[in-house]
Design a protein around this ligand. Sequence first.
Ligand code: PEP
Ligand code: MN
Length: 344
Amino acid sequence: MMIIMKTEASEVEVAGAITMVEEHGLRAHIVHGAERNVIGVVGDIRRIDREVVALLPGVDHVMSISRPYKLASREFQKENTVFNINGVKVGSDEILIIAGPCSVESRTQMLEIAQAVREAGAHALRGGAFKPRSSPYAFQGMGEAGLELLAEARELTGMPIVTEVMAPDQVDLVAKFADVLQIGARNMQNFNLLHAVGKTERAVLLKRGMAATVEDLLMAAEYVISNGNRRIMLCERGIRTFETSTRNTTDINAVPVLKAQTHLPVFLDPSHSTGKTEYVTAIARAAIAAGADGLIVEVHPHPEQAVSDGAQSYKPEQFADMVKQVRAIAEVMGRKVPQHEVTL
Ligand code: PEP
Ligand code: MN
């Protein structure tokens, strides 16, 4: 349910409506719109008499949110969610490019790739320290030592870092180092994990499960947002289909569908969605043309030596060329890929 306040409603009246909601054991989430404040009410809304709410001072009217995801819906918030990650803007007319290796492997690798992707135009650095591998015998990631290397790379380049958290009991540790907590495709419906990241102050990159619908993804986002964390980026990373010529099938439709259904920024991962470097740039261009707000791309100094996902990882120079092409598409779309002012 949404409580739409009158344009002239005072702060005291807004606070009064929120108190009334909370006294009924429900949660209130306020959105300060351009014209008026809207309070989203979530929980078991049968507990509250909406006729009574409609009569509260400062309340204009009360409306239902028809979608099953409430706070994540465009129905609830018309304006795009825009936020900052260490000075880097997300969700505006600026396209955010996150790049780096699949896994953090060593200090040399991380420091080298961090500088290379920054020089090629990336705005944030990725790298997995906790890796969700299909095989228990495959490299599982460097863990805390990997997080320390990411932090060192951030010091060196000034780029915020994006890294995966796989379990609720890792959240405090990963949040101590990371600027963005990545929830991997395999964990998209790990509800305890969604709950835990929803309680942190860190931005969240929520990847779509490989067999999840767009609605499933939005319901997962609702878990995070309803726990108080609104800084969420959604990420299409390819889904499983009968097609075998690529690792996954990029659901490019998901980009405009998500942009219509939610106010949250939408990203696309052309590396995992294709699994092959030869298709990455085409799909990166398509993502921006379809309206995506950003990309997350795997780049490795020596892809042939990568411990994970080498076949889909770009060399820095291939990534630099992709950024150029994406910049041209962004311009056609009336958007821009910001360029660094200072070279390292
Ligand atoms: C990754 O980003 O390295 C990763 C494991 O992605 P996904 O969860 O989309 O498979
Ligand atoms: Mn990977």
